[in-house]
Design a protein around this ligand. Structure first.
Ligand SMILES: NC(=O)c1ccc[n+]([C@@H]2O[C@H](COP(=O)([O-])OP(=O)(O)OC[C@H]3O[C@@H](n4cnc5c(N)ncnc54)[C@H](O)[C@@H]3O)[C@@H](O)[C@H]2O)c1
Length: 245
């Protein structure tokens, strides 16, 4: 029998996902952290690291997701929270993006989130009340120029989250999409390097005057999968420092 509340966090080796795993562990969850791979020292400084269990899985492969959840179902009676942070960004407009980049973007950003939700639903139902929070992007609401695959994949994450909210609300499962603006993570550091920009450049148009941090998103995730947001479902919650593209 499990005692603690349980959570699965995907993309948990990344900038936002690792902060979400830390925050949910601090909130008292037993966290199952899914990613392709983890840094040797992942969570080594985290005071709650004993509550975070890394599991290596390719979330772009539905059969690998299924196998990971078969193992989780053998160990858990229920799941209280699922936070999908997995995602990749590939640049290009309709004429310049490669077929490979288009398919990879959808395989990870859309299929990875969809199949993880689908595998988790039976365990989430068993919790009685539970929640999913899926990271989309503010570019899923208002597309950014030159990122057609990423924009469309994140719009799909918003729509699949709203669809899940409609279909499973009666089972006590709440589902929200989260739409961050610019959050300083390896993904954004790479974007800055590619464009010869600094963090200050990125901050200029942001009304609140700074680039976001992974802990900003982790705080929102903690709220969205916690009891205080019990009447929130089917939302697309923006966290952008006031910036919309
Ligand atoms: N950083 C931002 O400004 C920002 C803004 C809006 C949305 N987002 C979204 O937030 C999420 C997290 O982004 P981040 O900035 O922390 O990026 P990140 O690159 O640091 O983290 C993404 C994680 O996903 C993992 N991943 C990628 N493909 C995988 C696969 N096939 N199987 C398993 N894991 C895989 C990576 O290993 C990585 O750890 C992404 O969905 C991203 O699109 C980020």
């Amino acid at each position: 029998m499990q005692d603690a509340k349980t959570a699965v966090v995907t993309g948990a080796g990344g900038g936002i996902g690792s902060a979400v795993a830390s925050r949910l562990a601090a909130d008292g969850f037993q966290v199952f952290a899914l990613d392709l791979r983890f840094a040797e020292d992942a969570w080594s400084e985290d005071p709650n690291r004993e509550r975070i269990e890394p599991i290596a899985v390719d979330l772009g492969d539905p059969s690998a997701i299924k196998a990971a959840f078969e193992q989780l179902r053998a160990r858990l009676t229920s799941l209280d929270a699922l936070v999908n942070c997995v995602g990749i960004m590939r640049r290009g407009d309709a004429l310049t993006i490669s077929e490979q980049d288009w398919f990879d973007t959808f395989r990870v950003n859309v299929d990875g989130v969809f199949f993880t939700c689908r595998e988790a639903l039976p365990l989430l139902e068993k919790a009685g009340t539970s929640a999913i929070a899926n990271i989309a992007s503010n570019w899923g609401l208002t597309p950014a120029k030159g990122h057609i695959a990423y924009n469309a994949s994140k719009a799909a994450v918003v729509s699949l989250s709203k669809s899940l909210a409609l279909d499973y609300g009666h089972l006590g499962i709440r589902v929200n999409a989260v739409c961050p603006g610019e959050i300083l993570t390896p993904m954004v550091e790479q974007k800055l390097r590619d464009n010869g920009l600094t963090e200050e450049d990125l901050a200029k148009p942001i009304p609140i005057g700074r680039v976001g941090r992974p802990v900003d998103v982790a705080g929102l995730m903690s709220y969205l999968v916690g009891p205080e947001s019990g009447y929130m479902t089917g939302g697309a919650v923006e966290i952008t420092g006031g910036l919309w593209s």
